[in-house]
Each structure stands twice: as structure tokens, then as C-alpha cells.
Design a protein around this ligand. Sequence first.
Ligand code: SAM
Length: 284
Amino acid sequence: MTSLNEARRDLAARLETAGIADAAIEAKYLLAAATGLEGASLIAEGHREFTTDEADRLEAMAARRLAREPLAHILGNQPFWTLDLEVSPDVLIPRTDTETLVETALDLMPSASGIQRVLDVGTGSGAVLLAILKERPNAYGIGTDVSPAALTIAERNAVRNGLDGRSSFRQTSWVDGLRGGDFDLAVSNPPYIATAVIAGLEPEVRDHDPALALDGGEDGLDAYRVLLPELFRILKPGAPMAVEIGFDQAASVSALAGEAGFTGMAIRRDLGGNDRVVSALKPK
Ligand SMILES: C[S@@+](CC[C@H](N)C(=O)[O-])C[C@H]1O[C@@H](n2cnc3c(N)ncnc32)[C@H](O)[C@@H]1O
């Protein structure tokens, strides 16, 4: 007889041997999905027998993970900020680093203010927009993306998190079709990885995140060149913007923001100490 605890330990060892970081944590999530048990129940029932059905389910999921499919795709969801988000191969799996963009946006949009209109460009799963709206009950937001499949997931995530009444999603390239001078805050986490770097990324990213979400062109800055002047256009005078950046892009993106007309550029680091966000203001 194999117990749940033994199955979990065995899976953690296999994941670790395959070079997967956080093997023990991932084994716990996969066992929870295979058994339908969570947290305390998984511990309380740890000594009970692992059924054949559960073993079959776990093995199917383990095979996918050992082939380096991301855990979030196997589970179908990913926590981000205080949200639970549906994810699929159609959207970038939201990263913890991107919570730095949410923090910056919230600092730029104090909670005391009245109704505000927020724009999230390249919204993907809707992660950034929905996290901001969750924290700012007076805010309304639009998320744009060029991918219709991503927007379907973003719409479902708005419903799943009770934010569909204050969010809408639009398929367009960047901000095409949106009125100028209309937004109180604009955010974006655009594709910013240099094309040549993508081949060397971890298989979970290289083979499973959408190329559209990663590829920033030859120097990684293609999106900012188009986006920053467009963000300037759609913001109200005096309104702020914040964009996520790669760890080595702060100087280049700040310079592009200046060329677009922004002032007061500021750089924020993520929890790992890397430059992660450039913010700035459209002058009044
Ligand atoms: C790095 S992902 C960010 C997704 C999400 N905002 C997040 O932070 O998890 C970049 C997103 O930009 C979208 N994108 C790429 N090119 C675009 C374009 N021309 N117009 C609008 N969105 C675009 C991609 O489809 C993808 O969803």
C-alpha cells in the first residue's frame, strides 16, 4: 500500500531529479489536484491509502510536468496578487515580479480619489488590470490585447473575481481606436525579451508562454517605441503611467519615455532587487 505522504515524497523526488525548482511545493499542488484535497485535509489524510484512480490522475499530471509543461497549465489556474486567475497556453502565466507593476500603479492612484479610468495595454489574463480594480473600488478599466483568445480568458477572469462590472476588454493593437486624453492611469507589461534570448529560456517559458507575450524584437524595446507615445496620447494631462521592463532596460525605457513627452521618470525594483518598472507623468 502507498500512502498519500509516500506518493507526495516520491513525486517530489522525481521532480527534483528532473531539475524542477520548488519540487516539494509542486508535488503538494499536484497531489492536491489529483485527490481533490487541500491544505489541512492533505496533511490530515496523509497516512491513508492512495487510491488507483488518484494514482492514475497524479501520474498523468506528473508526466506532463516532467515534460516541462508549466504547473499553472496543468492546474489551469495561477494565483496573482489576491486573485485566482484562469490561465491557458493563450496567455502569459502572470509572474510574481509583475506585482511590482501593480504596487507602482496603486501608489500612483491613491485610494481617496473619485472615479478613475484605468487602461492596461497587453492585458493577457487580465492580471494587472484586475488586481488594480480589486484594490480601487472606484476605478473602471479597459484591457486591450491583440489576441482574441487571451481576451476570452481575461473576460472569464473578470467574472471569476467579481470585477466584470468595472472592466471591459477590447481587441486592438496597443491602444488603436481609443480616445485621446481619456485615462487617469495607464499600465502595461509589454513583450520585452530580445528575440535572440528567447531560445535560451527555460522550456516552461520558451515552449509554453505565447511568443506574442515574450518577443520584444531585436533589442527587446520594439513595443515601448510604439507604446509610449500612444500612452502619452490617451492619458489626461497630469496623469501617470507605469510599464514593466526587463532588468537591464531602465535607462533605455526612461529615455524613450522622455522622447514621448513624459516627465518625472522613476524606477522601481522588484523583490529580487532588479529594476522592474518605469513610471512617469504626462505634464499638465
Ligand atoms: C508580457 S505579456 C503581459 C500579459 C499580462 N499583462 C501580464 O502582465 O501577465 C504581453 C501581452 O501583450 C500582448 N500583445 C502583444 N502585442 C500586442 C499588440 N500589438 N497590441 C496589444 N497587445 C499586444 C500579448 O498578447 C500579451 O498578452
